[in-house]
Design a binder for this molecule. Structure first.
Ligand code: CTP
Ligand code: CA
Length: 231
């Protein structure tokens, strides 16, 4: 056991965690972004260090101090996030995609600051899809047996329940574990606490009671460590 009593079940393991939300620039000073705080990814990084892992944290636009004992790589865009995660993941034992990459980026980015139209008109911003990092990692596997974990914030709708959407997403992405937050109430972003279910690719589900992001982080590493055991 570690200094604070946590198990050192991740000793000798290298894990990569992504955190925060990406920015997609329209021009040098303006971007499309999202409200991801990075708190869950940082909690995952701290929990993994406490359990003995070597941790690389790829942080997109997070205003939090670097956790002790963690290698932090700072990025802004989804393209940068992808390159940093894929680079750090070479030889890693697990990758957890807690970051919120923007689904789209502007088709064109102006190299100079865009001026407001003098005739009162507004520009139309055309978008294109960003690469899906989680799907790529799941498909290419940085090394055999590397455990790939995704996150999903879902709401139920006419097409299906939260869990049905989550199951479909896990299958579509091809990851090993999917941590699902029910955001039907419109909460979660920037909140201190989290409530989740961890789905695995074999069809299993682990309910995580409402608790701290640190508590959820430890449950996620429990599930990852269990997969290391079984191979
Ligand atoms: N993700 C990723 N690359 C992207 C988008 C998402 O790696 N371009 C990862 C996220 O980090 C998260 C998981 O995929 O771990 C699920 O993200 P989500 O936005 O729910 O998935 P999408 O496929 O974008 O589906 P949705 O239409 O619900 O946004
Ligand atoms: Ca998305």
């Amino acid at each position: 056991h570690g200094r604070r009593g946590e198990p050192t079940d991740l000793a000798g393991r290298h894990v990569v965690v992504s955190a925060g939300g990406t920015r997609e620039y329209l021009d040098p000073v303006r971007f499309l972004g999202n409200r991801s705080s990075g708190l869950q990814g940082y909690a995952l990084a701290r929990a993994a260090v406490a359990r003995g892992a070597e941790v690389t944290l790829v942080a997109a636009n997070v205003s939090l101090p670097d956790p002790a004992g963690v290698k932090v790589v700072r990025v802004e865009t989804t393209a940068e996030l992808r390159d940093a995660v894929v680079g750090a993941a070479a030889g890693a034992d697990a990758v957890v995609m807690a970051a919120a990459p923007a689904d789209y980026r502007p088709l064109e980015t102006s190299t100079s600051k865009m001026k407001k139209a003098e005739d009162g008109s507004a520009p139309v911003v055309r978008l294109r899809q960003n690469p899906d990092i989680l799907a790529e990692l799941s498909r290419e596997r940085p090394r055999p047996g590397c455990v790939i974990v995704g996150f999903a914030a879902e709401t139920g709708d006419a097409e299906g329940t939260v869990l049905e959407h989550a199951r479909a997403k896990l299958a579509r992405k091809g990851c090993d574990l999917l941590v699902v937050n029910d955001v039907s109430g419109g909460k979660v972003f920037g909140e201190a606490d989290n409530e989740a279910v961890v789905l695995d690719r074999e069809g299993g589900a682990h309910d995580v009671p409402r608790g701290s992001k640190s508590a959820l982080a430890h449950v996620i590493w429990d599930r990852v460590a269990a997969r290391f055991e079984t191979g």
